[in-house]
Design a protein around this ligand. Structure first.
Ligand SMILES: C[S@@+](CC[C@H](N)C(=O)[O-])C[C@H]1O[C@@H](n2cnc3c(N)ncnc32)[C@H](O)[C@@H]1O
Length: 274
């Protein structure tokens, strides 16, 4: 995936969307109730916007954001630091640097071995601490069957899913995260799932706003994911992939279908004896 300015704008929209889904909150795990977390980790932090906002909300906590790509701002409040670290290799932290809370958002498509990844979150969280994965399903639904008329988008999502599997870094992991976290040993695992409408079709003003933002977010995601996966994995030329992007975007713009995607906020706790 690119890490240029356009991609960073896309991540800013996506951040806004995740917060809208949670009524302005940054997480679902029961942290900060009573004792404040000392150390918080954001894996695959991207532009670092989530980590920076957590640093503001938890001024007495230390927030660390890691990523492969150095696109975080040079300036950060003193309780927020960023470092380059590959989430798929052994993490850079020692045992006595454990975290109270570990967060990762939209890592689907970036991780090959989810079991290993979740095992590392388990290793690096303190007993009694929480780990939270925030992911959306790259899969459209509707409750009235209208999604079946969105034939180009349906075909596109199938191809993206197939290409990401072939590439070895599956995109659609959201619905499996709860089971995987339980297998690794987390307890009290919750999967809070929300419908995000795509487009301004809902009647409720809150859902309408979510729908508008999510439509822009989907529109912006179509190009980078298609160009990367279709050319590298499915054998499309750059021109063919670009034509495909136009076709999918066209259908998204003109569709009046009642589409939604599912957002999963999956969080679990490391047992005190673990
Ligand atoms: C879709 S972006 C999400 C960014 C951020 N979590 C957010 O929600 O705004 C995925 C991020 O994961 C990073 N990433 C992908 N694979 C990674 C890996 N193996 N180790 C660390 N970061 C990784 C990418 O560089 C990118 O910044």
């Amino acid at each position: 995936m690119p890490n240029d300015e356009e991609e960073q704008d896309r991540l800013a929209f996506m951040h806004h969307l995740f917060k809208l889904m949670l009524g302005g909150e940054l997480f679902r795990a029961p942290i900060g109730q009573g004792q404040q977390p000392e150390r918080i980790l954001d894996v695959g932090t991207g532009t670092g916007v989530w980590a920076l906002e957590m640093a503001e909300d938890f001024p007495n906590s230390e927030i660390v954001g890691t990523d492969l790509s150095p696109i975080q701002p040079n300036w950060a409040p003193p309780n927020c630091t960023f470092m380059i670290d590959d989430a798929e290799s052994d993490w850079a932290f020692s045992k006595d640097e454990a975290f109270d809370y570990i967060h990762a958002r939209v890592m689907g498509g970036g991780i090959g071995d989810w079991q290993r990844f979740l095992e590392q979150t388990y290793e690096h969280v303190k007993p009694g601490g929480w780990v939270e994965m925030q992911e959306y399903e790259a899969w459209i639904h509707s409750d009235d069957g209208t999604h079946e008329q969105a034939t180009v988008i349906m075909e596109w999502q199938q191809k993206i899913d197939e290409a990401s599997r072939k590439f070895g870094k599956k995109m659609n992991v959201a619905a499996q995260l709860k089971g995987w976290m339980e297998q690794v040993g987390f307890i009290n695992v919750q999967d809070d799932t929300y419908k995000a409408p795509v487009g301004s079709w809902p009647k409720s003003p809150r859902l309408k706003e979510i729908g508008r933002v999510s439509k822009v977010t989907v529109w912006e995601a179509i190009e980078p994911y298609t160009l990367a996966l279709f050319t590298r994995v499915l054998g499309y030329s750059a021109e063919e992939a670009r034509d495909y992007v136009e076709k999918v975007r066209e259908e998204l713009l003109r569709s009046s279908y009642h589409l939604y995607v599912l957002f999963h906020f999956v969080y679990g706790q490391k047992p005190l004896e673990g």
